[in-house]
Design a protein around this ligand. Structure first.
Ligand code: NAD
Ligand code: TYD
Length: 339
């Protein structure tokens, strides 16, 4: 494992992973392959440029088999780590087509090229959302049935099934991680934590869906990167690994904490119409990954504080994003919710 193709590497988790790997492994070369959708940003990868020939960026679509084959051959890729996806549940509800095309068909294209070019490893970045809504006090284990309930989570489950099918049918060496919600630098401000933070900084409403008692496991993005790294190097082929903190936080509690960290009034909280089919709770059991030697380094409070501070210090990153396409999306999504 030396020449890694990181698809979706210009996005939130992908770009953090690229920096993490470049710093950790001095003999690895990282090639980012990314379509640069609204969520993919070259500025997320600015620090990678300092690594010279160990890093390269190629713009391309994972649904384009010729382009994927070309980049794999040109850079003698031996490992694909697939972060590329349409990742927002609310957008997947409004316009499911791109979600299905990229998350399902795009993953299949990558698998086909990985098989044809006999790669050493294909690693799929999946999500805790594939398990569906989990009742208290249950926690999802890797062998549990997948019961996805949104177009996004269904597409991610479909992708996982294809990955596993390529392992069983063609013997492709695959691994899959199922991460919980990530927070940290370069998170596009359509997702809850960066949206609440940047809205609060501008004294704008902090929109809480439904009663705000939905539960998520928010982990710091670097903890997730370490989990992926560990599975890449020590995971068993054909296996799935949950990655999360096992700490549950209700959205409303998270919003209050963000407002406290920023010294903003709680009156900014505005309850809006709930998400259709909103999954009430995700909860992972991460003992399988811990058995490989992993543990989450940041508590939820530490992760949230670091994240909020990053947005305070990096206005130059997020402010230009919150215009143009973003504003159009925001109006469509939230004008309706607020009636
Ligand atoms: P993101 O939306 O920030 O970034 C996605 C990236 O994929 C962008 O750079 C985008 O340009 C690229 N992309 C989209 N379609 C593409 C295509 N057809 N071809 C090439 N590139 C394409 O997403 P993220 O939050 O960084 O998530 C990365 C991965 O992790 C996804 O697979 C997601 O399902 C998974 N995941 C995310 C979370 C989370 O909390 N964000 C949690 C668990 C798993
Ligand atoms: P999100 O960041 O979109 O991640 P996911 O839905 O994939 O878990 O949302 C996290 C939680 O916050 C989820 O329960 C939905 C909720 N939420 C709000 O209450 N208001 C918002 O404006 C957004 C974007 C999300």
């Amino acid at each position: 494992m030396h020449n890694l193709l990181v698809t979706g590497g210009a996005g939130f988790i992908g770009s953090n992973f690229v920096h993490y790997m470049l710093e950790k492994y001095s003999d690895y070369r990282i090639i980012v392959f990314d379509k640069l959708t609204y969520a993919g940003r070259l500025e997320n990868l600015a620090r990678a440029e300092a690594f010279g020939p160990r890093y390269a960026f190629v713009q391309g679509d994972i649904c384009d088999m010729a382009a994927v084959r070309q980049v794999v051959q040109q850079y003698a890729i031996d490992t694909i780590i697939n972060f590329a996806a349409e990742t927002h549940v609310d957008r997947s509800i409004m316009t499911p087509d791109a979600v299905i095309a990229t998350n399902v068909n795009g993953t299949w294209v990558l698998l086909e090229v990985a098989r044809e070019q006999q790669l050493e490893r294909f690693h799929q970045i999946s999500t805790d959302e594939v398990y569906g809504a989990i009742p208290v006090p249950q926690r999802s284990k890797e062998g549990d049935p997948l019961e996805p309930r949104s177009p996004y989570s269904a597409s991610k489950a479909g992708a996982e099934h294809l990955v596993y099918a390529y392992f069983v049918t063609y013997g492709l060496p695959v691994t899959t991680t199922r991460g919980s919600n990530n927070i940290g630098p370069f998170h596009y401000p359509e997702k809850a934590v960066p949206l609440f933070t940047t809205n609060a900084l501008d004294n704008l409403p902090v929109p809480i869906y439904g009663d705000g008692l939905q539960v998520r496991d928010y982990q710091y993005v670097f903890d997730h990167c370490e989990g992926i790294d560990l599975v890449l190097h020590k995971g068993e082929l054909g296996e799935f690994y949950n990655v999360g903190t096992e700490v549950e936080t209700a959205n409303i509690a998270m919003a209050h904490k963000i407002l406290d960290l920023l010294g903003k009034p709680h009156s900014l909280i505005t309850y809006v119409t709930d998400r259709a089919g909103h999954d009430r709770r995700y909860a992972l059991d991460c003992s399988k990954l811990r058995a490989l030697g992993w543990q989450s380094r940041h508590t939820f409070d530490q992760a949230l504080e670091l994240t909020v501070r990053w947005y305070v210090d990096n206005e130059a990153w997020w402010r230009p994003i919150k215009s143009g396409e973003y504003l159009e999306y925001y109006r469509k999504q939230y004008d309706e919710r607020q009636g």
